[in-house]
Design a protein around this ligand. Structure first.
Ligand SMILES: Cc1cc2nc3c(=O)[nH]c(=O)nc-3n(C[C@H](O)[C@H](O)[C@H](O)COP(=O)(O)O)c2cc1C
Ligand code: SF4
Length: 484
């Protein structure tokens, strides 16, 4: 089984500090066009789920404060967290699945415009995901959830046994013997918790995904535009439905799986439906994986092909992430669902400071550069967004100057210090609260708790104005920093 690398402890540093001249001619703080929008800089806060919506998926005051805090330092773009497009209650994750969500989302847009003084463009990431259940207790699974079939009778050589007799025999088997009797999917449902796959085409709602998703995404796009967002990011990355269509593990036989051409078909149909719903006036791009980093996953050549197809179809930006799959997730504890950031691919998505020789910073950059080159060679100028361990000016500037990307996204560094780029820009780099990449925030995400940063969430707790987590132990947003 894969174990996280723990060989070398990497320490993020300030890098070479820019002087005023370097800042003035920097690429990072230079403008860029993306679709019809003009960005004031190449800085981007990528989607991060903070677990602050209410149980229905509505915008709350805590959601407004979270995005308002990022907006105050005027990054060129903030992408709102993965937001659900289906009308299904899914806990405190934002939703955009019917018009009732519009009022809250409008408030969110207004708050970001106000706090950033109109400087930050606000995009929203829209997501579809399939059902996933918690890992069940063994007895409960065998006595209640498992459907007894002729296969079990055959494998146990008990052709005439009743359902109850079969369940009793199964319960008495050890794990190795049980695994021989159950199908692979049944064993997975027991060991990891049941999870729907896009290849479960015997289920009618899974079979119909290609017919239903373009409309679900396009309706979300219309709502996003109505709410006042500047753009939409289609979530085609990590462990979710659309990434599963792009994956080389997609073996659907209905024209939407198998070859690259078939795997990109639904993502393109989703994009075309959203584009025709909102027209060219609204920015639409996608986040997808430069590398799935799983066994049997898509290759870099696949990704270059997808990127060229997306650019040719008219996407306004291509944002590249890495890994984050269920396929190699660790076994969860009984009662918990699997979390797609626990295996090797999860490590590649959000690398820890304890790492291998490659280190946690920029693991996705070589692949991102290859994808961007493929897009440029095909004659498209579509801006490419890079992410993964960016934590200082030198790194961001190198990314842009080396032709790796056109825009730099920093997730955890922006969480650790939402003001980090303002500090750089006004020559106060030494005051940047540098992310330590120990993934305390990721642990909170995994536990479905409000995400905060360990570098600031216990600071100035006596201040009566500080809003706290329900247990009162942590503050919800980073302390203020006054621009000098
Ligand atoms: C708490 C947390 C929540 C995240 N939620 C999302 C998400 O909703 N959508 C997404 O595409 N990526 C999500 N990510 C991944 C980040 O956008 C980013 O790709 C990743 O953290 C690597 O960048 P970094 O090294 O700058 O943190 C999340 C990351 C963190 C730490
Ligand atoms: S908790 Fe803070 S310091 Fe730690 S990885 Fe997350 S953002 Fe960085």
């Amino acid at each position: 089984m894969w174990k996280p690398p723990q060989k070398i402890s990497w320490k993020p540093g300030p890098g070479v500090l820019p002087d005023n001249q370097e800042l003035a001619r920097s690429k990072l703080f230079s403008p860029l066009s993306i679709g019809r929008l003009k960005l004031s800089a190449r800085s981007w806060v990528p989607a991060m789920v903070p677990w602050r919506a209410d149980e229905q998926g509505n915008v709350t005051t805590a959601v407004l404060d979270w995005y308002g805090r990022f907006a105050r330092s005027q990054p060129a773009v903030i992408v709102v967290e993965a937001t659900g497009i289906r009308d299904i209650v899914s806990g405190p994750l934002l939703r955009i699945s019917n018009d009732d969500f519009l009022a809250g989302l409008e408030k969110l847009v207004q708050r970001v415009k106000l706090e950033s003084k109109g400087q930050t463009k606000l995009f929203i990431q829209v997501i579809d995901f399939l059902a996933i259940k918690r890992r069940p207790p063994r007895e409960k699974y065998l006595s209640r959830f498992l459907q007894i079939t002729s296969m079990h009778r055959e494998n146990l050589n008990l052709p005439d046994a009743s359902q109850d007799e079969i369940r009793t025999v199964l319960a008495a088997l050890d794990d190795d013997a049980l695994q021989q009797v159950l199908s692979h999917r049944e064993w997975q449902a027991l060991a990891m918790g049941y999870r729907e796959l896009i290849t479960d085409t015997d289920l009618s709602h899974i079979r119909r995904l290609p017919q239903e998703l373009p409309e679900l995404f396009s309706r979300a796009a219309v709502r996003a535009e109505k709410a006042g967002f500047d753009g939409l990011e289609l979530h085609f990355a990590h462990a979710y439905t659309m990434a599963s269509f792009l994956s080389a593990t997609n073996t659907r036989s209905d024209g939407y799986g198998g070859s690259r051409q078939n795997r990109v078909r639904l993502p393109l149909e989703v994009f075309e439906a959203t584009r025709s719903a909102v027209g060219n006036r609204f920015v639409i791009g996608a986040r997808f994986l430069a590398d799935e980093t799983i066994e049997g996953g898509s290759t870099l050549a696949d990704t270059c092909y997808f990127a060229r197809q997306f650019a040719a179809a008219g996407m306004d930006f291509l944002s590249l992430s890495r890994g984050g799959k269920f396929d190699d997730a660790k076994q969860p504890k009984v009662g918990n669902p699997a979390y797609p950031y626990t295996g090797r691919s999860g490590y590649e998505c959000m690398p820890h400071q304890l790492s291998d020789e490659k280190g946690p910073f920029g693991r996705n950059f070589a692949a991102t550069k290859a994808v961007r080159n493929a897009v440029r060679q095909a004659g498209f100028k579509t801006p490419v967004v890079a992410a993964g361990g960016v934590h200082n000016f030198e790194m961001a500037e190198n990314l842009l100057r080396s032709g790796t990307a056109d825009i730099v996204a920093a997730a955890r560094q922006s969480l650790a210090d939402p003001d980090w780029l303002v500090k750089v820009r006004c020559g106060r780099s030494v005051e940047v609260r540098r992310c330590e990449y120990t993934n305390y925030c990721e642990g909170l995400d995994q536990a479905h708790k409000p995400v905060t940063c360990k570098l600031w969430d216990r600071i100035e707790m006596d201040d009566p104005g500080v809003l706290k987590t329900p247990d009162g132990k942590r503050r919800l947003t980073a302390p203020d920093w006054k621009v000098p």
